[in-house]
Write a new protein. Structure first.
Length: 291
């Protein structure tokens, strides 16, 4: 499997009663497909997977696969702090028909590097779909070191890595290990630097709001074209008032794509203290997506 480009990490929209709004989810998926995204990531960090039940995660996968209808590939977040549960969730997602699994490093446990290797090897051996490593140490409390990544890249079922550690310089290390792996950034702030240096793509939060623009930007930079980054920089600066996915859900609510910006506890819905941030986001959306 070879993947590249812009993959939004999609949200999970809720109704006022906290139940998943599958109608809104399907509408978002249609919008993203029509906007030219290269793939979608479901049940990831931005989807609040940590507070979704297994049944909800399965129903989300079912709804998204039904809506995409094989138009674009779908990757599913299946990782957690428990190796056996990660294996179970990965096998289940594979049975449902997803194209790849995104497996975050185990959080809270703080395993050693050897423990991380053993964890991933168990998942890689058990699942018949490609596995993408996901390193996001500021959330999990553990960093997947380069030696561990190199060892895991040797496994034929390892698709690549989503690097969300804020260090674009590690891309050169990953490329030296295996130039054929899918090397994605999970940091919107360094996407241009990442792609210009040879990275494959981005699993994006900001791209949820401006999928057409973000897809054009990713393609242009990947093709070596000159691209003015000012709009992307402005957009990212307006999405930082709270923990992801609070700002992006509020933004999608503000432009009418979802009926409520509700998030699940322990997250709380917070509007920005400065109203200009939302005004700027709405204006940016209108300018970039509705032109």
């Amino acid at each position: 499997m070879h993947i590249k480009g812009h993959w939004p990490a999609i949200i999970t929209p809720f109704n006022e009663d906290g139940v998943i709004d599958y109608q809104a989810l399907s509408a978002l998926v249609r919008w993203y497909v029509d906007s030219g995204v290269d793939g979608l990531v479901v049940n990831g960090t931005t989807a609040e997977s940590a507070t979704l039940t297994e049944l909800e995660q399965d129903k989300i996968v079912e709804a998204v696969l039904l809506e995409t209808d094989n138009a674009i590939p779908v990757m599913c977040g299946t990782g957690c702090h428990d190796t056996n549960k990660t294996v179970k969730r990965s096998i289940q997602a594979a049975r449902q028909g997803i194209d790849a699994c995104l497996v975050v490093t185990p959080y809270y446990n703080k395993p050693s590097q050897q423990g991380l290797i053993a964890h991933y090897l168990r998942v890689l051996d058990a699942c018949d779909k490609p596995i993408m490593l996901y390193n996001v140490p500021f959330r999990t409390g553990v960093d997947l070191g380069n030696d561990a990544v190199e060892r895991l890249f040797e496994h034929p079922n390892c698709l690549g890595i989503k690097a969300a550690d804020g260090d674009a310089k590690r891309l050169n290390d990953y490329m030296a290990m295996s130039p054929d792996k899918a090397l994605f950034t999970g940091d919107d702030a360094n996407v241009i630097e990442w792609l210009a240096a040879g990275g494959c793509g981005v699993i994006s939060v900001a791209g949820n709001l401006v999928p057409r623009y973000w897809s054009r930007m990713v393609k242009a930079v990947s093709d070596g074209d000159v691209f003015d980054p000012s709009d992307s920089v402005d957009l990212i600066s307006c999405l930082n008032w709270s923990t992801n996915p609070v700002p992006i859900k509020y933004s999608l609510y503000a432009i009418g794509k979802i009926s409520t910006p509700l998030v699940r506890l322990p997250l709380l819905m917070e509007a920005p203290e400065q109203s200009w941030q939302i005004d700027k986001l709405i204006n940016t959306y209108r300018r970039l997506e509705q032109c």
